[in-house]
Design a protein around this ligand. Structure first.
Ligand SMILES: Cc1ncc(COP(=O)(O)O)c(C=O)c1O
Length: 418
């Protein structure tokens, strides 16, 4: 199961170590629940994408875990940021990113966000008719237009984005109208944007989308005398959370997208565009491990519950998407996993179950559980349900740990109350 954990993970005398630090020490120093990020894994994933797409502009989809320290770390690896809100834009700017290192997207961007994007000199992705006028009056200069080409990605429907009727992007006829509208307003239309969906472990949907995009670009050339100099092919590369899910070899997936773009543009006799990619979860998902403390164990007819000190407030994905996770008994990892256990969260909902069934050594109150592949869309999608302060996140490397997001306190929550 260690292949689901960060690159630096190992088990020493029954205890999980990440970044050279034991799970027990991490839990004692920083408390639980705790989000532990392995620096080495993030850097390796970042380099894998760069090597598979040399020359491409790379931006990290910061929504996967908006965090200034990780934005800075990825900036060191040459990554800008894809930001979906005013808050994410502020985080990216706090990390020192500016200009076209920033790509601002969203299907309902407020004027304030467009103005902030213009002030930062960001590239803005137009997502609706009429938005070009708002972008121009906000002072935006260069834009992409997001196309939705009717491809139903093979993934959970909540993270499909390129299908007919999607709330994101524009169908081909509208894309042409928006390009014309934007150019008439004096905006520089640098290119097109697609993002077909997330958690894709093969490139069939990317390939289908990019082939259709080739046809759309040929139409743009023939009908508008315009062709993109930049093509943003989005993100969506999967993270494996349980061994039953297919492997998603990141480098191979990215290489395949690069090849699809080259083929689609060559087929229509189009000039090859510069490529932009927006991986999110693929850079941070496997790097993250959540440590929970088991608070109580109930052995009922047919089910053993291990209830932990976190749950849907720090990781809503199981409740939202039926996402599957697994766990390791982090300080008893060498004991036989003889009991099938359901891992419950502490929230007041029967649906707050983090893991349906996992084989563990018979759990006891006080055990530490480590849930792998939790770096993306967990803490970033967390809530304060039940007035629960959000957990801390630490970045580990070579035996050192650094807090990159401090644990919230009840006083933080009370400070919002009037
Ligand atoms: C436009 C766009 N690009 C990139 C991403 C990143 O997706 P992932 O984290 O699956 O790579 C998303 C995620 O929702 C997105 O909406």
């Amino acid at each position: 199961m260690l292949e689901l954990f960060p690159e630096s993970a190992k088990v020493e005398r029954g205890e999980l170590e990440v970044g050279g630090l034991g799970a027990r020490e991490l839990a004692e120093r920083f408390g639980t629940p705790l989000y532990v990020f392995c620096e080495e894994t993030i850097r390796r994933r970042a380099r894998e994408v760069r090597e598979a797409a040399p020359g491409a502009q790379l931006v990290w989809a910061a929504k996967s875990f908006p965090n200034v320290a990780l934005l800075r770390l990825l900036a060191e690896e040459g990554y800008g940021a894809l930001v979906a809100s005013l808050g994410e834009l502020a985080f990216a700017r706090a990390a020192g990113l500016s200009g076209e290192q920033l790509v601002v997207h969203g299907n309902a961007k407020p004027d304030e966000q467009l103005r902030a994007a213009a002030e930062a000199g960001a590239l803005v992705v137009l997502d609706a008719e009429g938005e070009a006028a708002r972008a121009a009056s906000a002072g935006v200069r260069r834009v992409l237009v997001r196309a939705t080409l009717g491809v139903e990605a093979d993934t959970h429907e909540a993270v499909q984005t390129g299908h007919h009727g999607s709330k994101f992007g524009l169908p081909p006829d509208a894309v042409l109208r928006v390009i014309e509208e934007a150019r008439d307003l004096g905006l520089e239309v640098a290119g097109l944007h697609v993002h077909v969906g997330s958690q894709l472990s093969d490139t069939a949907s990317h390939e289908e989308t990019i082939a259709l995009l080739g046809q759309l670009v040929a139409r743009c050339r023939d009908e508008l005398g315009w062709a993109p100099e930049l093509l943003d092919a989005g993100g969506g590369f999967a993270v494996r959370h349980v061994l039953e899910e297919p492997e998603a070899p990141l480098g191979a997936l990215v290489r395949s997208v690069v090849g699809s773009v080259e083929r689609a543009f060559a087929e229509h006799g189009l000039r090859q565009p510069a490529l932009l990619l927006e991986p999110g979860r693929a850079l941070v998902g496997r790097a993250g491990v959540t440590l929970y403390r088991v608070r109580s164990v109930k052995r009922l007819d047919g089910v053993t519950w291990a209830a932990v000190d976190g749950g849907m407030s720090d990781n809503p994905r199981p409740a939202l998407y039926g996402a599957r996770y697994t766990a390791l008994s982090a300080a008893r990892a060498d004991e036989p996993a003889t009991e099938t256990v359901s891992v419950a969260g502490l929230h007041c909902e029967s649906g707050d179950v983090l893991i349906d069934d996992v084989a563990l050594p018979p759990p006891r109150a006080g055990d530490l559980l480590a849930v792998p592949a939790t770096g993306g869309y967990t803490l970033g999608m967390s809530s304060n349900y039940n007035a629960t302060p959000r957990p801390a996140a630490v970045l580990v490397r070579d035996g050192n740990a650094r807090v990159i997001r401090r644990r919230e306190t009840i006083d933080d929550l009370l400070a919002l109350e009037q």
